[in-house]
Write a new protein. Structure first.
Length: 363
């Protein structure tokens, strides 16, 4: 992959971030008080809201590399907080966050709920199965109803691509995309990037192999956008029927042979088959898919000796990943991804509500 013009800048940023993270880790050992945000104070980003000038988080597309890094740096303080006995602050005290999930979820919904509550907000979960959508209410009417409730932030998950953007245009508060159809899942892309940075220290020069149902995966899309923006070399591997057309436009290298895609990879990210989004037969059988695209210990040996193993969940053990790989001590970062997910969502909620809270430089 060609070297991008932002690489030198990102290398410098990565070195600074590693130094700050080491300092913060030492500080957290001697204090139970959550550290104050330091990313902007360190002068690495534009002042105030210019560091992240967006009113919501609808996707990774459109974010500059320094805006992605800003959110990752803001999340570090919450990683430290979440590892302390006392995990609650009052940053969002008095604010109301609505998690409007029109699509089933366990990990993402729970992660956003915990994030909001640890920041001190009042969190309300709305499940589609119990909402008026089941009675025929339109999405726009639902959006207008939510807006009339004067929420301070709305987190939305929907099965249709573009639904989150539609709702965002009808409400007055920040909207966070928790996954919309086959479009994007931005906080998943951010938490995966944070997981990789914690393990590898940098993105520049890393080779990341993403294997699975690339065609239907919003996780894959957000990861491709985030990791290439940060300087990683991204390979994607899938059966021909599950590889999007013109995938090279995403600045990634496509493979159909998993063994070849794994050679020398620093990070291996596995994706499940998105059966709920498939219309028709895309693979001959789960057994054959596992034979060609399942991650076993033998296959993992083709990657770098310290290659990180990742999976956004839920996992289908014995199909895209073997249990002895998913549970591999020192190599599997799957539970770390869950931990980083809470911190990233805390960072996004805290940053996007700064204007409403009249934080200096953001009001």
């Amino acid at each position: 992959m060609p070297v991008h013009s932002t690489d030198k800048w990102i290398v410098t940023q990565s070195r600074l971030m590693r130094r700050v993270h080491r300092f913060k880790s030492l500080a957290s050992m001697t204090s139970q008080t959550p550290p104050a945000p330091t990313a902007q104070a360190a002068g690495r980003y534009p002042a105030g809201s210019a560091a992240f000038p967006h009113g919501g988080l609808l996707g990774i597309a459109g974010l500059a590399p320094h805006e992605i890094l800003f959110l990752l740096d803001e999340a570090e303080q919450w990683v430290d907080l979440n590892r302390q006995p006392k995990k609650r602050v009052e940053s969002l005290r008095g604010l109301t966050i609505i998690n409007a999930f029109f699509e089933n979820s366990t990990r993402t919904l729970l992660s956003f709920e915990i994030a909001g509550k640890r920041l001190g907000a009042d969190v309300v979960n709305m499940q589609a199965a119990t909402s008026s959508v089941k009675k025929g209410e339109t999405l726009i009417d639902t959006a207008m109803t939510l807006n009339a409730m004067r929420a301070d932030a709305i987190v939305i998950r929907h099965a249709s691509s573009g639904a989150v953007r539609l709702i965002a245009g009808k409400v007055d508060c920040p909207v966070l995309n928790a996954g919309d159809g086959q479009h994007e899942h931005p906080t998943q892309g951010l938490l995966d990037a944070l997981t990789i940075r914690h393990a590898k220290g940098t993105f520049v020069g890393l080779t990341v192999t993403i294997c699975g149902d690339i065609l239907h995966s919003r996780v894959a899309r957000s990861n491709m956008l985030a990791l290439t923006a940060l300087g990683a070399n991204v390979r994607v591997c899938a059966p021909p029927a599950l590889m999007p057309a013109d995938i090279e436009r995403m600045r990634v290298t496509p493979f159909h042979d998993f063994d070849t895609a794994l050679k020398g990879a620093d990070v291996v990210m596995m994706l499940r088959l998105q059966n709920e989004r498939m219309q028709g037969q895309f693979i001959p059988s789960p057994r054959e898919y596992r034979h060609l695209y399942g991650l076993s210990l033998d296959r993992l040996a083709k990657a770098a000796p310290d290659a990180l193993v990742m999976h956004p969940g839920p996992m289908n053990r014995g199909i895209e990943i073997d249990s002895n790989v998913a549970d591999l001590v020192g190599r599997s970062a799957i539970t770390t991804q869950v931990e980083m997910g809470v911190a990233i969502r805390m960072a996004c909620l805290e940053v996007l509500t700064r204007k409403a809270r009249a934080v200096e430089g953001w009001a």
